[in-house]
Design a binder for this molecule. Structure first.
Ligand code: NAD
Length: 431
């Protein structure tokens, strides 16, 4: 059961100092002040135990051979905020950091500070994760391979100060229980929003143009063009709507704007009028009213009580016959059997995404084999490009917590702080 556990030094190849500004806790010029809530407990940590759950290494061994030399340097996100800016990083941007041996590049930093790091991919019932929870001060988990931090597990972790999401989306943590227990929850907002927006845009085009089945024809030695094009359309002129126009949802709309689509959105928060005007956006108060008028619908809201199973046996009837649905947000936004039935009966012409429930899904999950689907494992937000940002973001967060005295983390990273929704969490979640 402890087979995937790494306790010793090592696992990080190609140690380097990235070209990231050396500022304390991401206090980058131009960032909003972090006064909205202090993601801290009062007692500085002497020696902390950090328990990190990452996905298993590549089947061919670690590290995989590099495909390219490095990744582009990104300094700012589209809204002008800065990428994570820890004091330093101990990894080569572009390296595989998200699997067990990558260790998010954290070991050298933590051990140099007298802290301990446990990295495992063993996260099910009675796992290494459970065994280490009772004396863990921090838990790090990734949405791609979530360690579900249930109320029971939180009760078994009396020392826990914070659950840190190496990515975006903290629904794998029981937020209500975290609030009750005074456990902070934070994530690296924006670290992979562009990654996911690119992926969802790709999937919308892929479904509408019947790309994957046509590739299968070519790969299988065939050439029946009629078979390929009987389900292929242009996206130009189609109505595309996003449920939520946050960082990812708006990113998808921006990417589809040059394709000549009619762009629509719904959200808890209406976008500024100048943004609506720039992209010709139509706002809808009700997502089902919007879906009824859409050729393509994309889900980009967090999973929380307002949104769980929003696409269900009742609401699937709101979609136009032959609509395409893209879900790179969370699997539990949709009833899995309802989606499979809608693909079979033609209500949906296609469904694609990378999010499932649970993760990993069982071998017989209906989305693995549903017709006209383009599902992948949960990969869109963990490109090598995204990994460099979220690994740096986790380090930035830990630098804040482990400073003496602790320093506040950026408000946009906060989901739950000091017993209540805060920052990005107050903006986008409910409990
Ligand atoms: P964001 O906080 O910028 O945007 C979320 C938006 O959802 C906000 O604008 C919020 O107002 C809106 N929202 C919340 N509840 C709503 C509701 N009931 N109806 C309509 N809108 C609602 O976050 P983001 O960076 O755009 O990420 C969004 C979600 O995407 C994450 O919470 C996560 O679940 C998912 N995600 C997936 C991946 C992946 O790898 N597939 C990666 C990152 C994020």
């Amino acid at each position: 059961m402890f087979g995937a556990l790494r306790l010793g030094r090592g696992g990080v190849r190609g140690v380097a100092r990235a070209a990231l500004a050396a500022r304390p806790c991401g206090a980058a010029a131009g960032d909003a002040p972090a006064a909205a809530g202090r993601a801290l407990h009062a007692t500085p940590t002497a020696a902390a135990k950090v328990l990190c759950v990452l996905y298993p290494d590549p089947t061919g061994g670690y590290p995989p051979p590099p495909v390219r030399d490095g990744i582009p340097t990104i300094t700012h996100y589209p809204d002008g905020s800065t990428v994570p800016s820890p004091a330093a990083v101990d990894f080569t941007p572009g390296a595989l950091l998200g699997s067990v041996s990558g260790e998010l590049g954290l070991r050298r930093f933590l051990e140099a500070g007298g802290h301990s790091l446990v990295v495992t991919s063993d996260k099910g019932p009675d796992s290494a994760f459970d065994a280490h929870l009772p004396d863990a001060d921090f838990v790090i988990s990734q949405p791609f391979f979530p360690a579900y931090l249930t109320a029971e597990r939180l009760a078994a972790a009396p020392r826990l100060r914070a659950a840190i999401t190496a990515g975006i989306g903290s629904d794998h943590v029981d937020l209500a229980a975290a609030i009750d227990r005074g456990v902070n929850v934070c994530e690296v907002s924006y670290c992979n929003s562009v990654s996911v927006a690119e992926h969802a845009t790709m999937m919308a085009l892929s479904l509408v143009r019947n790309y994957l089945p046509s590739h299968a024809v070519a790969a299988g030695g065939g050439w029946n063009i009629a078979d390929c094009v009987s389900r292929a359309y242009d996206i130009e002129g189609m109505a595309v709507g996003t449920v939520a126009a946050g960082r990812i949802g708006l990113g998808i709309l921006r990417r589809l704007h040059p394709f000549g689509c009619a762009l629509h959105y719904t959200d808890r928060h209406r976008l500024p009028a100048d943004v609506e005007a720039q992209y010709g956006l139509t706002y809808w108060a009700s997502w089902t009213d919007m879906a009824a008028a859409m050729d393509v619908v994309t889900l980009n809201c967090p999973l929380h009580p307002e949104t769980e199973h929003m696409v269900n046996a009742d609401t699937i009837g709101a979609f136009k016959r032959g609509a395409y649905l893209i879900n790179t947000a969370r699997g539990k936004l949709c009833d899995a059997d309802v989606i499979a039935a809608a693909l079979a009966d033609g209500r949906l012409a296609g469904y694609a995404g990378d999010v499932w429930y649970p993760q990993p899904p069982p071998a017989d999950h209906p989305w693995r084999t549903a017709p006209w689907s383009g599902m992948t494992p949960h990969t869109s937000g963990t490109t090598l490009s995204a990994q460099a940002r979220y690994a740096a973001g986790v380090r930035e967060i830990l630098e804040c917590y482990l400073a003496s005295p602790p320093k506040p983390i950026r408000p946009e990273y906060q989901i739950v702080t000091d017993g209540k929704l805060a920052g990005a969490g107050a903006h986008a979640y409910s409990v």
